[in-house]
Design a binder for this molecule. Structure first.
Ligand SMILES: [Zn+2]
Length: 285
């Protein structure tokens, strides 16, 4: 074997080893009685030259672990964990114009999800806005996040702009500059970043500086960002360097100006009741 090939081979094996170590440390809360891998997700073998290597176990626990890790990493609010894009219906809106705006938005989002590889390659994200609180924007982006994690194994991070600023403030003082840089680099690193309620705060200089750091970092790396906001991009209070970056890489999608928080809660209750009754009927049949 040539040195380069050996090096590649070594690096390959090392990365598997590291993965196996990681996998072991993560099985604590994911018990399995798989007889082949003992719950680690990896199986060791030797190749023709007697060199050990390891393979993913067929039991599928590795995929489950990855999914769980990605859901943990995403940090979505609990109430949106079960939301799926396919469950979002225009019927929760009462006003005809809301239904129409929702249908148009859903079409664009569906297309974006179906072409996610292409969208990511080009760094194209979405900017979903409506002035009305409770119009379903957060629910929409969390539904998208669940779908991207489950169907496309993407690393998705959910945050709000207030949370970003709070975390930055909390690193001032005792934890120092390094902690702040790590947070910013985490936000820059996620394949897909969701920033909910963007533009909720004033355009103070330091805030402009921080957001520019994050958004420009993602722009340069062609990473996809999804925003929700109460304002269209043109009405954001941040400076032009930020809004121009966002404009260039986001499809701006208006969302209905109607609060559906209560309607959605009702619809979910109805669905639950239907499920329970359906289950009972099923047993009787
Ligand atoms: Zn196994």
């Amino acid at each position: 074997m040539e040195p380069l090939e050996q090096l590649k081979d070594m690096s390959n094996r090392l990365s598997h080893l590291n993965n196996a170590e990681e996998a072991k440390s993560q099985t604590l809360h994911l018990q399995t009685d798989c007889p082949d891998c003992g719950g680690s997700g990896w199986i060791w073998s030797r190749d023709d030259n007697g060199i050990p290597y390891c393979e993913e176990c067929h039991c599928g626990i590795r995929k489950k672990m990855i999914l769980q890790n990605q859901l943990q990493f995403a940090e979505m609010p609990d109430m949106y964990k079960e939301c799926r894009f396919s469950n979002m219906k225009s019927s929760v809106y009462q006003l005809p114009e809301s239904k129409e705006i929702f249908i148009q938005a859903a079409k664009a989002v569906k297309y974006w999800l179906e072409n996610i590889q292409q969208m990511q390659k080009q760094g194209i994200g979405l900017y979903i806005y409506s002035n009305t609180k409770g119009s379903g924007k957060t629910r929409l982006v969390c539904s998208m996040a669940n779908e991207m994690i489950e169907k496309h194994q993407k690393s998705v991070k959910f945050t709000t702009s207030l949370k970003i600023l709070d975390e930055i403030k909390s690193t001032w003082g005792e934890r120092g500059k390094n902690a702040e840089n790590k947070l910013i680099s985490d936000l820059t690193y996620a394949d897909i970043l969701i920033i909910d309620d963007f533009g909720a705060e004033s355009g103070k200089d330091w805030i402009n500086e921080k957001f520019y750091g994050i958004i420009n970092g993602r722009y340069v790396d062609k990473k996809t960002t999804i925003f929700t906001s109460n304002y269209p991009i043109s009405r954001l209070k941040y400076d032009d360097r930020i809004t121009n970056r966002i404009l260039e890489r986001s499809l701006e999608i208006p969302f209905p100006e109607e609060s559906v928080r209560e309607h959605i809660a009702d619809a979910m209750k109805q669905e639950l009741i239907k499920k329970i009754q359906g289950g009972e009927n099923g047993k009787q049949a």
